[in-house]
Write a protein that binds this ligand. Structure first.
Ligand code: NAG
Ligand code: NAG
Ligand code: NAG
Ligand code: NAG
Ligand code: NAG
Ligand code: NAG
Ligand code: NAG
Length: 663
């Protein structure tokens, strides 16, 4: 009797010690009290599923906070965590976005974005007031965060830019060699993360499920978390997906303060879910006896159907494409996704091709498929290499490219579907719907500038866009402006003779020297960006037809005139009345004039444009002597003649006397 009492007392004592020590261990999560949000749920099989589809976000928190410091002002104690996870994507080779174990000061992570794995957003990324520590398992290469690849583990402090990151894998204890692992393999793996409060060292180790913890850790970094974590913080998991249906699962989890995390007994873990098509039904293989006549008839019909089908879905494939294999879609899939390129799925017709909306059959991913006709294969290889590699990088201001397909005389590009469509729709809304407000417009301008800066200066090669205009700017679900059609102009760059070049671009956004020589440069993009800026702020199309049907550069002239009259603010879109930051508007209008300056050497680089927009560098005062002659004389001396087009702003007297004085 007394021994029973002792046992009970011992158990009660032990349980108390268990919680006050901040220890937990879970083999599966059935019946476990977790705080879940978003799409996170505990499945019938007992594992924690943070996401299970496209455009998903899920968090799971231990319901009560942990004491990371003994006293409010003492240092952060050692802690240790281990968990077993699996990432299951509908595709073998691509997934989005990733998952993380985190320590955070609150259970409110509602204001976070997918690209930031549901931990942060663009406004608070990097801010020390986040008080956040995370171990990320990242399956997308995001240039913004300087990601090393699309399969890495990282230590993150207050930011999605990792303190340290490593390609996923582990060091074999016996041989010492590094073995690669693939996060999205669908196989369960175990992660160990430890923080030593004495030495302020963080280490992270990974191994396939069933392997003991490797001696050599994957990541180890010195960082004093006493400068980061709050006394009381929550621990948990976060995951997000984008266009690719992915399940981020946790099978087991243990955590301890001031000691090693309890071992996870893998025999007690729930079974992993299976993803992908169900195994083929056996009944399909059962053949029935048929009369010979019917048999022959059937075979004949099938042959005819197959030949027709083959022709319909015929593609072009060459040896050099092997490298791009994973990014190649079959025409059949795209044909089905768009219901045979049905008219009702038409999204628009651009300078480069026709765009259809579609839903990929297996993954249910919404896509936009662009059909571009091209005659020669010249330059196509470089084009595909460039476009595929830029598109794979996740940049906040570029439309993600999922892959491509090639047919005779035709190229198909598959992009993420942008749920909010093109900027045109918002700038010129139908029947009295509200237009964009000032903050949205300014954010879109900065986004476009950032995307263009990336193409011009941050990518391995200089990429000229050639067709900046609201119709080519798409808005994602978070109203981020994203540039479409990047790299496409390369298709037109090859083997062209300046005499016969047909100018790529849109009237109204074409720089004078581009019309003259047919040669695009980063500065012709800057010109178009300048016109785009004016258009977004004034809410007016850049060109209008006059009574004779000639195109007039009305908008530029209008803004220039008001600039001279020091009444710039009157040009701002009347729909913005009362909701406009006058300083920002004047800055943007002047910058628009500067970018669209007829002389290339007066236009700033996108780097500078970005600095002006961010207010890091004041807009320069341009001396009046800089523009002491007429454009008309200049254009004529260069032999610029165009019987059908007139560019009044080029022929007007361009006297940008003082760019800073035009309010
Ligand atoms: C996905 O998760 C949601 C909860 O967020 C759930 O309602 C739905 O049934 C899940 N779908 C599948 C296929 O498991
Ligand atoms: C879960 O834990 C929270 C915090 O301790 C508590 O308020 C809640 O009642 C618990 N829920 C259940 C079902 O035990
Ligand atoms: C730490 O905090 C405790 C109570 O919050 C206070 O009594 C003590 O003086 C503080 N110590 C230091 C070094 O600030
Ligand atoms: C969560 O935080 C956001 C701001 O980040 C706030 O708007 C929202 O009200 C908060 N939600 C809760 C439930 O506290
Ligand atoms: C960091 O966040 C705090 C609180 O949200 C805010 O007041 C501060 O301005 C932010 N700092 C920066 C550099 O963004
Ligand atoms: C592991 O992956 C890296 C990066 O993808 C690659 O360079 C390396 O050759 C791979 N190592 C092995 C042993 O496969
Ligand atoms: C970490 O920082 C705290 C103060 O923030 C300091 O007391 C402690 O000594 C530091 N630890 C190490 C290992 O540097």
């Amino acid at each position: 009797m007394s021994s029973l009492l002792c046992t009970i007392i011992f158990l009660v004592f032990n349980l108390a010690a268990f919680t006050s020590n901040g220890q937990l261990v879970y083999h599966g999560f059935s019946g476990v009290n977790l705080t879940l949000d978003g799409n996170a749920m505990v499945t019938a099989d007992g594992f924690l599923e943070l996401t299970n589809d496209t455009i998903n976000l899920g968090h799971a928190f231990y319901p009560t906070p942990q004491n990371f410091r003994k006293l409010p002002n003492s240092t952060v104690q050692s802690f240790s965590v281990t968990f077993v996870f699996a990432i299951l994507s509908v595709h073998d080779d691509i997934s989005a976005d990733g998952m993380a174990f985190f320590v955070a000061p609150s259970k409110n992570l509602s204001n976070t974005w997918a690209q930031y794995i549901g931990l942060l957003n663009s406004r608070n990324d990097g801010n020390t007031s986040n008080h956040m520590f995370a171990v990320e398992l990242d399956t997308t290469q995001n240039d913004e965060f300087k990601d090393i690849d699309n399969n890495h583990v990282g230590i993150n402090i207050n930011s999605l830019t990792s303190l340290q990151a490593h390609h996923t894998g582990y060091y074999d204890d016996k041989s010492g060699f590094f073995n690669n692992l693939t996060l999205i393999s669908g196989k369960a793996m175990q992660v160990w993360a430890d923080y030593d409060g004495e030495s302020a060292e963080i280490s992270v180790t990974l191994a396939p499920l069933g392997e003991p913890k490797p001696v050599r850790s994957l990541l180890s970094s010195s960082y004093n978390l006493s400068d980061v974590l709050r006394e009381q913080s929550y621990i948990g998991f976060s995951a997000t997906t984008g266009a690719i249906s992915t399940r981020h699962c946790v099978l087991g989890w243990s955590f301890a303060m001031n000691g090693p995390a309890p071992a996870i007994d893998i025999s007690r873990l729930p079974k992993l879910p299976r993803l992908g098509p169900k195994p083929r039904s056996k009944t399909l293989d059962i053949t029935l006896p048929i009369a010979t006549g019917i048999f022959v008839l059937t075979v004949g019909t099938i042959v005819v159907l197959l030949v027709r089908r083959r022709l319909r879905y015929m593609e072009l494939r060459e040896d050099w494409e092997i490298d791009f294999g994973p990014h190649r879609f079959s025409f059949k899939d795209l044909y089905r996704a768009t219901q045979g390129f049905n008219k009702k799925n038409l999204l628009g017709t651009g300078g480069f091709g026709i765009v259809y909306k579609g839903v990929l059959r297996k993954s249910k991913v919404k896509v936009a498929v662009k059909r571009v006709s091209h005659e020669s294969t010249q330059g196509l290889k470089e084009f595909i290499a460039e476009v595929v590699s830029i598109g794979r990088l996740r940049h906040r201001n570029l439309v993600p490219l999922l892959g491509y397909c090639r047919r005779h005389g035709e190229l198909l590009l598959v992009y993420d579907y942008m749920s909010n469509g093109s900027l045109n729709k918002y700038l010129y809304p139908e029947d009295g719907k509200p237009s964009l407000n000032w903050a949205e417009r300014f954010r879109i301008i900065k986004g476009v500038a950032f995307g263009l800066l990336y193409l011009h200066e941050k990518w391995e090669k200089v990429v000229i866009h050639r067709d900046i205009k609201p119709g080519n700017i798409l808005l994602d679900s978070e109203m981020n402006a994203r540039l479409g059609d990047f790299g496409l102009s390369r298709l037109y760059d090859h083997g062209t003779d300046p005499q016969t070049t047909h100018v790529v671009g849109t009237m109204g956004y074409l720089a004078p020297e581009l019309v003259r020589t047919g040669r695009a440069s980063t500065l012709t993009d800057v010109f178009a960006f300048g016109i785009f800026l004016l258009e977004v702020i004034c809410g007016q199309k850049p060109v209008k037809k006059d009574s004779q049907g000639n195109l007039q550069h009305g908008l530029f002239d209008l803004v220039l005139e008001h600039f001279h009259n020091r009444s710039l603010i009157q040009t701002v879109d009347s729909r913005l009345q009362g909701d406009c930051n006058i300083e920002e508007a004047c800055l943007a209008l002047k910058l628009g004039l500067l970018c669209s300056h007829p002389f290339t050497n007066a236009r700033p680089s996108m780097q500078l444009v970005m600095k002006y927009l961010e207010g890091d560098t004041p807009l320069p005062e341009v001396p009046s002597t800089h523009f002491g002659f007429t454009m008309q004389a200049l254009m004529q001396s260069k032999g610029f003649e165009s019987p059908t087009l007139s560019f009044p702003h080029l022929t007007s007297i361009a006297t940008f006397s003082d760019l800073s004085g035009g309010r």
